[in-house]
Design a protein around this ligand. Sequence first.
Ligand code: NAG
Ligand code: NAG
Ligand code: NAG
Ligand code: NAG
Ligand code: NAG
Ligand code: NAG
Ligand code: NAG
Length: 405
Amino acid sequence: MSGYEKPSRGWGYCAPSPVLLLSVLTAAPLGLLGEETRQVSLKVISNWPDFSQNLLHIQAVGTNSTLHYVWSSLGPPAVLLVATNTPNSTLSVNWSLLLSSDPDGALMVLPKKSIQFSSALVFTRLFEFDSTNMSDAASRPPGKSYPPYSLANFSWNNITDSLDPATLSATFRGHPVDDPTGAFANGSLTFRVQAFSTSGRPAQPPRLLHSADTCQLEVALAGVSPRGNRSLFGLEVATLGPGPGCPSMQELHSIDDEYAPAVFQLDQLLWSSLPSGFMQWRPVAFSQKQGSRESAMPCQSSPLYPTLAYLLPQSPIVRAFFKTQNNFCAFNLTFGASTGPGYWDQHYLSWSMLLGVGTPPMDALSPLILGIVAVALGAPALMLLAGGLFLLLGHKRYSEYQSIN
Ligand SMILES: *[C@@H]1O[C@H](CO)[C@@H](O)[C@H](O)[C@H]1NC(C)=O
Ligand SMILES: *[C@@H]1O[C@H](CO)[C@@H](O)[C@H](O)[C@H]1NC(C)=O
Ligand SMILES: *[C@@H]1O[C@H](CO)[C@@H](O)[C@H](O)[C@H]1NC(C)=O
Ligand SMILES: *[C@@H]1O[C@H](CO)[C@@H](O)[C@H](O)[C@H]1NC(C)=O
Ligand SMILES: *[C@@H]1O[C@H](CO)[C@@H](O)[C@H](O)[C@H]1NC(C)=O
Ligand SMILES: *[C@@H]1O[C@H](CO)[C@@H](O)[C@H](O)[C@H]1NC(C)=O
Ligand SMILES: *[C@@H]1O[C@H](CO)[C@@H](O)[C@H](O)[C@H]1NC(C)=O
């Protein structure tokens, strides 16, 4: 949250304190609660017979619960997360109502009584900043802002074509409807959504640990012509939750960077109700498709503030589900710094997050780190033991010596 004030913590090349070790060791076993595996299905719900509008419905069914993720590119890209306590809940969409000017109630999860948690994220604007003269990497904003791209005014690909049941993924690929400078002529902004039927970790950094209760989003900007030589990009995210007040932002630290090199921090946003929903990410973005330490850029998040609904582009699905409830909160993510790798290297940028419900996945210490810790703790223990034996034997010899006298 305080990435702007404390960029070194936000990034985390700093060495973690040894005190962290204990918290990591005790926190690790709490990792994956909830359903271990789920039956996951991805379905495109179209406005039959007009297929130009559609929703992506991810349904993850467990023994006692169902999670519904509804992704949409009607208006700005948005996702609804609804968790129910039955394996039999269903999503119902009334298209004529959803596309009307007053979509209240057009989208429901039934039975209503089974809903345990619901929230939404809306990706409202893409910012571009000129960081040319910014020597202070922590400044906010990170440079002069070019006119932002409103994601409500983007047009998106046919989601059906990108649906991949094997990897449980689909990709929304968009560009501005109106692009007078042709910046997006050879590029796009993509939202790749992936669900999981069990827990694991993707091959690509930052290798966030996921569970069957989560869904991953990878946002990538590729091939888009920047408006300056040193452009930094940012994304504005609005949230809506079950209760009043904003979700809380947390920074977790660990001594382990095995899965995300040089990143010792995990950021998460938690809604306060129980069971809670969460959004989780590593404060890192990558300037190359093959994410690596060399292409890693800091990702800074601003604090979350309540915001007025009318200041945000409206998402019909959010309005349809939450009706007049409008306690939105918003924050900004900024990718990169004026020095180091940047979008300018390859005209590429990607960042990943998890969205889920229940206990957020938490990395246990990796085997490598456990080995190092064991050796580090083991060596002094052996020395103590040796010392103790030495004293014991010494004392014994001394007493033997006394008894001889
Ligand atoms: C989207 O793609 C699917 C499958 O390729 C096709 O059936 C559908 O008509 C397409 N929709 C539009 C609006 O092009
Ligand atoms: C499902 O619910 C039943 C009855 O409420 C309970 O006995 C069982 O332990 C639950 N199973 C899981 C996996 O939570
Ligand atoms: C959808 O909403 C419209 C407008 O409120 C209503 O007239 C229609 O009956 C609804 N359709 C269904 C299937 O509920
Ligand atoms: C950056 O600073 C230089 C020297 O101070 C100035 O000439 C130039 O116009 C500045 N560029 C921008 C984009 O502000
Ligand atoms: C897009 O690509 C084409 C062909 O590679 C090239 O001629 C054109 O200049 C590019 N446009 C932009 C805006 O980069
Ligand atoms: C970008 O860099 C080039 C070459 O260094 C320079 O000619 C050009 O003016 C710069 N453009 C901007 C917008 O700063
Ligand atoms: C995000 O950053 C932009 C540009 O600095 C600013 O106009 C906007 O108000 C910020 N939004 C939030 C929610 O902080």
